[in-house]
Design a protein around this ligand. Structure first.
Ligand code: NAI
Ligand code: MG
Length: 367
């Protein structure tokens, strides 16, 4: 089957890392590992410069029609003063919203060659491989009412509202259980049922789904504050962690620091399966931004974005063999000591974005 990919490089280093994606995709195509039909469009500041909006309706149509979107990064000082509705981030938010991307997958993988870059001791993180599944479209970031009101006594009161319905909890938990089945078969569900009604419902719904559909997966419940502590104490106890939008935001950033550089972190955002085809809308992107401080200098680490393509191979296209080969190639070039500047220790020679991307593709070609 031919997979329809939409590339949205965006701004700054987004463009540089996407050039390495093109190199990888061309290799996959040529070697027969996968067949792609590729389109490319503008998003963020570059779309604003060309069209006056952060993403055009035409680009949105292409995103809707694609099997997967690969997104680089958006933003930069050049667009600091553009109208709010056209700011670069608005392109990303529109994609997430209109594609219905409710599940955010953030793996935290610690390559042995980089274990000393972790904020924890080598033995605690070497070989770490956890997946945080964060609910992305609900909870306290979106719940109503959301306001700051002035009281009669002149005091102000800020209100945010945490809201979750059964279907929202069930669909994110299902993503977590499905992932666990293909990994180490364990899900940790994290909430605060001791102080939050949303936590009570969360725990009930996850427990019921587990009993009904996933009894063979090991399920544990862990209060979110304890989960944060356990992540920095013994992170290798985890396989898949599932949590709401707020806790997921925090826990995934904590987990990120266990692995080293921002330039290494991929992510996936998935929508609901189509009723007819079972296919999910999906967007894959590095966790990092457009890095204006290093843009245009060939210093960007392309691994976060290449690993995001790896997630697309695995989760959108079912090409786990190609995904494993890419992961192996990344581990192998790191093992050989190849480093971009962000992961090179003091006094170590760093390679460019292109050299890193080329080396990874060459390592894949060697098998
Ligand atoms: P950033 O992630 O762009 O950069 C933070 C630091 O990490 C910088 O020193 C940068 O040089 C370094 N860095 C990031 N990615 C790297 C890579 N692949 N290789 C080597 N070094 C890397 O975050 P920052 O500086 O807060 O934001 C810069 C711009 O990016 C802003 O306009 C912000 O709004 C936007 N942004 C966009 C995101 C997106 O498109 N998803 C996410 C985060 C920020
Ligand atoms: Mg965050």
């Amino acid at each position: 089957a031919t997979h329809k990919l939409l590339l949205l490089p965006g701004d700054g280093i987004g463009v540089e890392v996407m050039a390495e994606v093109k190199r990888l995709v061309a290799f996959l195509d040529k070697s027969g590992l996968a067949a792609f039909e590729i389109e490319e469009d503008l998003v963020g500041g570059s779309a604003y410069d060309a069209h006056g909006v952060a993403i055009t309706d035409a680009a949105m149509d292409r995103a809707q029609a694609a099997d997967a979107v690969i997104f680089g990064a958006v933003g930069g000082p050049k667009w600091a003063d553009v109208p709010y509705a056209a700011r670069p981030e608005a392109g990303l938010l529109r994609l997430r919203k209109e594609l219905g991307l409710f599940a955010n997958l953030r793996p935290a993988v610690c390559y042995p060659a980089l274990a000393d870059a972790s904020s924890l001791k080598r033995e605690l993180v070497e070989g770490l491989d956890i997946m945080i599944v964060r609910e992305l479209t609900g909870g306290v970031y979106f719940g109503e009412p959301k306001e700051i009101v002035t009281l009669e006594n002149g005091q102000k009161r800020a209100v945010d509202t945490q809201v979750y319905s059964t279907f929202e909890i069930e669909r994110i938990a299902r993503v977590a259980f499905e992932l666990a089945k293909a990994r180490r078969n364990k899900v940790t569900s994290s909430e605060k049922h001791n102080v939050m009604k949303s936590g009570v419902l969360w725990k009930q719904v996850v427990t019921a789904l587990h009993k009904a559909e996933y009894p063979a997966v090991a399920l544990e419940h862990m209060l979110a504050d304890n989960c944060g502590m356990q992540l920095v104490r013994t992170p290798k106890q985890f396989d898949v962690i599932v949590c709401d939008n707020l806790f997921g935001d925090m826990l995934s950033d904590v987990a990120a620091m266990l692995t080293g550089s921002l330039g290494m972190l991929p992510s996936a955002s998935l929508g609901a399966p189509d009723a007819k085809t079972g296919k999910r809308k999906a967007m894959y992107e590095p966790v990092h931004g457009s890095a204006p401080d290093i843009a245009g200098k060939g210093l960007a680490n392309p691994i976060a974005t290449l690993a995001s393509v790896g997630m697309a191979l695995r989760y959108s296209f079912g090409l786990s063999e190609a995904a494993d080969r890419l992961d192996g190639a990344i581990a192998s070039v790191l093992g050989q000591g190849l480093r971009t500047k962000d992961i090179a220790g003091p006094g170590t020679n760093a390679v460019s974005t292109t050299e890193m991307g080329t080396a990874i593709v060459e390592a894949m070609a060697r098998g």
